[in-house]
Design a protein around this ligand. Structure first.
Ligand code: ASP
Length: 373
């Protein structure tokens, strides 16, 4: 409240000082999570008018706990349940009718192709069986978040938003980004303009398209961005605001149907550098790889990749620089080397896995797919 009379200023300052010196209230988020049942009581009435948002928890730092609230490393990812996390931010109930399920509760290093496929199938089932759900939120560790998000972007046939959210500081930490990121993820999922934009990666108030989103910093909270393409928009305090729409094929325009798939094929990445050996190619093929993505090359590596392509292995050329296109080249395509366009190697791997799983194997067909998605 503005102080209009100057003679009241000392009094106001005194009041502020006393308040500032009083014992601080006990922190509301304990360092170790209590039993999940303690949090299951609805905290405020929910309006039937609000959109229904379904939250699937998979773990990660966003659900992490440390014994000490100032410990920003050494915490255990996947400690808090999604039920408890949602109860800690009752504000989400002003935004949406939130339902939830604990899909997994692990660090994202433990999320593999089988989990990602099962997650896409689970969301697809919910899309079909619960048409009243307006949008989805997936909580996830940031390490492999962009890979899961891109798979959902390609494989779930819906125009409803699928917001994938993580955090760089554990749920239990002082000044964590986890609470606000989760609230913002629900806001974005519930926002009508998020419809038709596919899977979205939301952290640090920023909304990224799942295709371009990438983690760029091992530790800072402003780690996700979309490189040269920029954010789609922001979850700002006044409103969710968009500036761009994703142009490439995704979700409801995707040709990939994964409902009945039992598994995804093995696709691996080989890293190029001066003197890079061809040995990893032979080892990965012996291990069962059905596809290979190169992150740049070397003469020896490129020769081995061409040999693999000639034997029928799907080979996609990506690059390790992080942005820009690998240009299409008819001669290289004739040798079986498909261009990843501007997909980073870990994203190209996801698209190649999905394409192979759906029976697309020829270099020409794969190139069409990499040109469209
Ligand atoms: N190790 C964590 C994970 O990827 C990192 C994070 O969530 O930020 O699960």
């Amino acid at each position: 409240m503005p102080i209009r009379h100057p003679r009241l200023l000392p009094l106001a300052l005194a009041v502020l000082l006393v308040a500032g010196c009083s014992t601080p209230p006990r922190a509301s988020a304990p360092a170790t999570p209590p039993a999940a049942s303690a949090a299951s009581v609805p905290l405020r009435p929910v309006s039937a008018e609000l959109p229904k948002i379904h939250v699937l928890g998979t773990g990660g730092t966003i659900s992490g706990a440390a014994p000490d609230r100032t410990a920003l490393s050494g915490y255990k990812a996947g400690s808090f349940t999604i039920e408890r996390m949602l109860a800690d931010v009752p504000e989400v109930r002003d935004i949406a009718r939130v339902t939830h399920e604990q899909f997994r509760n692990v660090g994202s290093g433990n999320i593999g192709s089988a989990d990602v496929l099962a997650l896409a199938q689970r969301i697809q089932k919910l899309v079909t069986e619960q048409p009243d759900i307006a949008g989805f939120v997936v909580t996830h560790g940031t390490g492999t978040l962009e890979q899961t998000a891109y798979f959902l972007h390609l494989a779930v046939r819906t125009d409803k938003p699928i917001v994938v959210v993580g955090a760089m500081r554990p749920w239990s930490a002082v000044s964590t980004d986890a609470h606000l990121n989760l609230v913002n993820a629900v806001r974005v999922a519930a926002h009508p303009e998020s419809r038709g934009k596919g899977a979205l990666v939301v952290l640090n108030d920023e909304i990224n398209c799942a295709r371009e989103a990438t983690k760029t910093d091992t530790y800072r909270v402003e780690t996700f961005n979309s490189r040269e393409y920029g954010f789609l928009g922001y979850a700002d305090p006044d409103r969710v605001v968009y500036y761009r729409v994703p142009e490439r094929r995704h979700t409801f325009k995707s040709e990939f149907v994964v409902d009945d798939l039992k598994e995804l094929p093995q696709v691996d990445i080989v890293y190029g550098y001066q003197d890079a050996s061809a040995a990893p190619v032979a080892a990965l093929l012996a291990d069962g790889a059905k596809g290979l993505v190169s992150a740049s090359g070397s003469p020896e590596l490129t020769a081995a990749l061409k040999k693999a392509a000639a034997s029928g292995v799907a080979v996609v050329s990506s690059d390790q620089k992080g942005q820009g296109r690998v240009l299409t080249n008819p001669e290289r395509l004739a040798e079986g080397l498909v261009s990843a366009d501007n997909l980073r190697p870990q994203k190209a791997r996801v698209l190649l896995q999905l394409a192979l799983a759906c029976g697309k194997t020829s270099p020409a067909e794969l190139q069409r797919i990499f040109n469209q998605y």
